[in-house]
Design a protein around this ligand. Structure first.
Ligand SMILES: [Zn+2]
Length: 111
């Protein structure tokens, strides 16, 4: 009878140890998921920062100057653009405005 009682007590002890171990695992998993969530948050912030940098790298809309005598397009700061006579020059806020028009692009406009 006593041996049987001891067996039951031992079984309970083992069950208790198992439960404690499981709790540890649960707590560890909770900590890990919190860690993963905060890492994810940091990654999202980094991603936003990178997206902002990419936006800044996009070429800004550059004003362009058209020489109406030869229909050549220049950047506003181009040496040749500065020498176009006022009556022959037309300024646009960007090359986009001239889309569809037959114009030559000066080397200052890039390839
Ligand atoms: Zn030019």
């Amino acid at each position: 009878m006593e041996a049987n009682e001891n067996n039951v007590i031992e079984s309970f002890k083992r069950a208790k140890a198992d439960i404690v171990c499981l709790w540890d695992n649960v707590n560890t998993a909770k900590l890990k998921s919190t860690e993963v969530a905060s890492r994810l948050e940091r990654i999202e912030l980094q991603q936003k920062a990178i997206m902002a940098q990419i936006d800044n790298m996009k070429p800004a809309k550059q004003a362009v100057v058209l020489n109406k005598t030869n229909m050549k397009l220049h950047a506003k700061n181009c040496f040749f653009a500065k020498n176009i006579k006022p009556k022959n020059r037309a300024v646009y806020s960007s090359a986009e405005e001239l889309r569809g028009m037959r114009v030559d692009r000066c080397a200052c406009m890039g390839a």
